[in-house]
Design a protein around this ligand. Structure first.
Ligand SMILES: [Zn+2]
Length: 276
C-alpha cells in the first residue's frame, strides 16, 4: 500500500491497520505555544516540529507516520509573558501516555515522541516509561536539536551558551520553513551573562547544572541568543540534517527487537505462580 500523506489522521481505519501491520514507526510531535521574542510568532516549536516530522514521513512513507501534533506543553515558568499556554505536569504526562498507548492498542510497537520544547522532556520520559511498562511496545523521546550537535556547531556563529530560545537556530529554521511570518526588523539579541561556569543553556549542549528559575526574573525580551545571525540557508541545513538522522534512527529502531520480559526474582512455591 502506498501512503501519500505524512499524517495518520488522513487515512481510514483499514489503512491505519495496514500501517500497524507494516510495523511503521509512529512519530508523536510534542511541542508548545509560547512567546518567542518580538520577531517570531508563538508557534515556533509547533512549526519546527511539524516540519521535521512531516518531512521525515514524506521522505520515507514506508517507514513512519505522524500523529496529530500535541500543541501544548509545560510552561509555568514562562507565564509572565503573554502568548504562553501551560498544561500542568500530571495532565501532560497522562495526555502523552494516552496518545501513545492508543497507538499501541492499534498494533503499533515503535513510538517516538519528537520534542521541540525544552521543558517537556521530564514529562515525556515518564510517559514513555509508562508506555513501555504497560504495553508490549517500545517508546523513545528525541529532542530534535540533540540529533545534530555537530551540525549546529559547524554552522552557528553564536558561541555555545548563546543559542537557546528565539535564537540563531530557531529563527533560522523558521526563516527556512515560513519566512513570511518572521519579522527580522524587530529582532533583538539577548545573550544571558555567564554567572557560573557550571550553568548555561544552549541547544547544542547545556551546562552540567540544570538551574530551575522563572524566566521573567532573568529575561525581559523573550529572546535567549542572537537571532540577528539567523539565515534561511542555515535553517535548511539544520532541518535537513535533523530529518536525515531521525530517519536513520528509525531504520534501526524498527529492526530493534522487542524481547520477552524476564523475571529473575526468587518465586516461592507457595506464591501461587510467578508474577512479572
Ligand atoms: Zn522554541
Amino acid at each position: 500500500m502506498q501512503f501519500h500523506s505524512p499524517r495518520i489522521e488522513h487515512y481510514n481505519w483499514h489503512e491505519v491497520k495496514a500501517m500497524a501491520e507494516a510495523n511503521m514507526v509512529v512519530l508523536i510531535p510534542a511541542s508548545t505555544v509560547e512567546q518567542h521574542g518580538p520577531h517570531l510568532p508563538c508557534d515556533v516549536d509547533n512549526v519546527i516540529n511539524q516540519h521535521i516530522c512531516d518531512q521525515a514521513a514524506i521522505r520515507r512513507p514506508d517507514l513512519c507516520t505522524v500523529a496529530p501534533l500535541i500543541p501544548f506543553g509545560f510552561n509555568e515558568h514562562n507565564m509572565g509573558f503573554p502568548g504562553c499556554l501551560h498544561i500542568q505536569e500530571h495532565t501532560l504526562i497522562e495526555l502523552y501516555a494516552d496518545v501513545a498507548i492508543s497507538f499501541t492498542r492499534m498494533g503499533f510497537r515503535k513510538i517516538i515522541f519528537v520534542n521541540s520544547h525544552g521543558s517537556n522532556p521530564p514529562f515525556l520520559q515518564i510517559a514513555a516509561r509508562k508506555v513501555v511498562n504497560t504495553t508490549p511496545a517500545h517508546a523513545a523521546v528525541i529532542n530534535w536539536w540533540a540529533l545534530i550537535p555537530d551540525v549546529l556547531q559547524k554552522h552557528r556563529e553564536t558561541e555555545v551558551g548563546g543559542a537557546a530560545h528565539a535564537c540563531e537556530v530557531e529563527t533560522s529554521l523558521y526563516l527556512h520553513i515560513c519566512p513570511e511570518r518572521v519579522h527580522m526588523e524587530k529582532a533583538v539579541a539577548d545573550v544571558a551573562p555567564r554567572w557560573s561556569d557550571q550553568v548555561w543553556v544552549d541547544l547544542e549542549t547545556c551546562g552540567p547544572v540544570t538551574l530551575i528559575d522563572d524566566w521573567s526574573r532573568v529575561n525581559s525580551t523573550g529572546v535567549e541568543g542572537d537571532p540577528m545571525k539567523s539565515t534561511a540557508a542555515k535553517g535548511k541545513i539544520w532541518a535537513d540534517a535533523t530529518i536525515d538522522r531521525l530517519t536513520r534512527f528509525m531504520d534501526d529502531y524498527r529492526k530493534y527487537p522487542i524481547k520477552p520480559r524476564r523475571n529473575f526474582n526468587h518465586i516461592p512455591k507457595d506464591s501461587g505462580g510467578p508474577k512479572a
